[in-house]
Design a protein around this ligand. Structure first.
Ligand SMILES: NC(=O)c1ccc[n+]([C@@H]2O[C@H](COP(=O)([O-])OP(=O)(O)OC[C@H]3O[C@@H](n4cnc5c(N)ncnc54)[C@H](OP(=O)(O)O)[C@@H]3O)[C@@H](O)[C@H]2O)c1
Length: 394
């Protein structure tokens, strides 16, 4: 029985991981759950899976949950915030930690899981964007298994199985193109929050959904893939594939291209990460190929979606540019979701931050976290000046 800890249990990744575990009760046992403030759902999960450790966003949520589940027999430790996340990430009985926290929130707990020797099923791509080199070094030193959950990275990981250390020419990350694939640059200026949150293929949390609409998500995946698979930026291509059936491809030195195909359903990569190297039932429906008809591919529009190129650019030197890109995007997406800026200002704020914030020398996890926080602070202080007419000259 494999003990599983889920960070972000009430989110899209967490809920789908629990769906798989529910199908395979004989194989997996939930030992820890960490979530934010959706106490109604967390209470249901605690009642159903009876984990030993539970973490909530803050003390108020933890108090409320403790009161709600006080009738349950046995001891459940219920904590909060940094300490709670760390306890969940390092739970003694966990063999595998599912990293499903959004953005920079996932950085410290995911490192904590690796440090304590847990295998990690990683959805939080921002960990690799912010601290790729350090993270991969710690993974190698601790000898743990790092199993990608992002569907594209899982596809590449699956394509690599059984190919030894055969040389890779290039990988092709596929992208649906998001809800504005066919919109014009002018259309993007009138996009509403609801339209941007309505992804045509995937149902995900708000941050990653908005990132998918700007193609920033694909940019973050480019950086993630570089670290996960030890590639250079020139070995990574992005291809728009609206049907979202081919989840990514690897071209080897002999010219063979191996792709992974499947339904547009995150339960496939999640189940693969949970049970690796075995494949287990994931509850997904089969694809009807004649009904599907054709699979199409085309190049992304760099002018309409400048953040994809920005992510490639951020890899040009070994500085902290990916941290700046990521931190500025977190602030800009929050501003858009709280309706303080229109959609087309998200890329502008990120590009301005990349232009204006000085990169730094960072080596340790503490330095990375602190640099990230300093960029967030700077962007929150200055974004208006950067985007409003008559703002600060460069
Ligand atoms: N969803 C997908 O299909 C998908 C695919 C590939 C990669 N990913 C990546 O996976 C990660 C998670 O995405 P998601 O779509 O699952 O996000 P989501 O639906 O927004 O879920 C986020 C989860 O994290 C919890 N959380 C948020 N802030 C927290 C905090 N400060 N402390 C503790 N818990 C906190 C939320 O709790 P509450 O809701 O209780 O507040 C929720 O359980 C992202 O990095 C994303 O890029 C997602």
């Amino acid at each position: 029985m494999k003990g599983i800890s889920i960070l972000g249990s009430t989110g899209s990744i967490g809920i789908q991981a629990l769906d798989i575990i529910r199908i395979h009760r004989d194989r997996f046992r939930v030992v820890a759950l960490a979530a934010g403030s959706n106490i109604d759902l967390l209470e249901k999960q605690v009642r159903e899976f009876r984990p030993a450790i539970v973490s909530c966003a803050d003390a108020g949520a933890a108090r409320e949950l403790r009161a709600r589940v006080s009738d349950l027999p046995g001891q459940t430790w219920i904590g909060q915030s940094t300490e709670g996340l760390e306890r969940a990430a390092t739970a003694e009985e966990a063999a595998l930690v599912v990293g499903g926290l959004p953005g920079s929130t996932g950085l410290l707990p995911t490192f904590a899981a690796v440090e304590s020797g847990k295998d990690v099923a990683l959805a939080t791509k921002e960990v690799l964007v912010m601290a790729g080199e350090l993270f991969m070094n710690r993974v190698a030193e601790r000898g743990i298994r790092l199993l990608p959950v992002d569907s594209e990275q899982s596809a590449i990981f699956q394509c690599l199985q059984g190919n030894g250390d055969s040389e890779i020419n290039r990988i092709m990350l596929t992208a649906s193109g998001g809800p504005f694939r066919d919109a014009s640059i002018q259309d993007l200026q009138r996009v509403t929050r609801e339209q941007a949150l309505n992804h045509p293929r995937w149902k995900m949390g708000p941050k990653v959904t908005i990132d998918s609409a700007t193609l920033m998500n694909k940019g973050l995946e480019v950086i993630e893939a570089k670290w996960l698979f030890g590639l250079t930026a020139s070995q990574i291509e992005v291809v728009i594939h609206p049907e979202s059936i081919v989840h990514s491809m690897v071209e080897f030195q002999d010219g063979s291209i191996i792709a992974q195909l499947g339904a547009t359903d995150m339960r496939i990569p999640i189940s693969y990460a949970l049970a690796f190297p075995q494949r287990i039932a994931s509850g997904t429906s089969p694809i009807d190929f004649p009904q599907l008809g054709s699979l199409t591919f085309h190049e992304p529009d760099a002018e309409k979606f400048p953040l994809l190129k920005a992510a490639f650019d951020s890899l040009k030197d070994r500085s902290t540019m990916p941290i700046i890109l990521n931190a500025a995007d977190e602030v800009a997406v929050d501003l858009f979701l709280s309706e303080k800026i229109p959609f087309h200002r998200i890329p502008r704020i990120v590009l301005e931050a990349m232009d204006r914030v000085d990169p730094a020398q960072v080596e340790t996890l503490e330095e990375i976290q602190s640099f990230h926080e300093s960029v967030v602070e700077r962007v929150m202080k200055d974004w208006r000046l950067w985007i409003e007419p008559g703002g600060q000259p460069r």
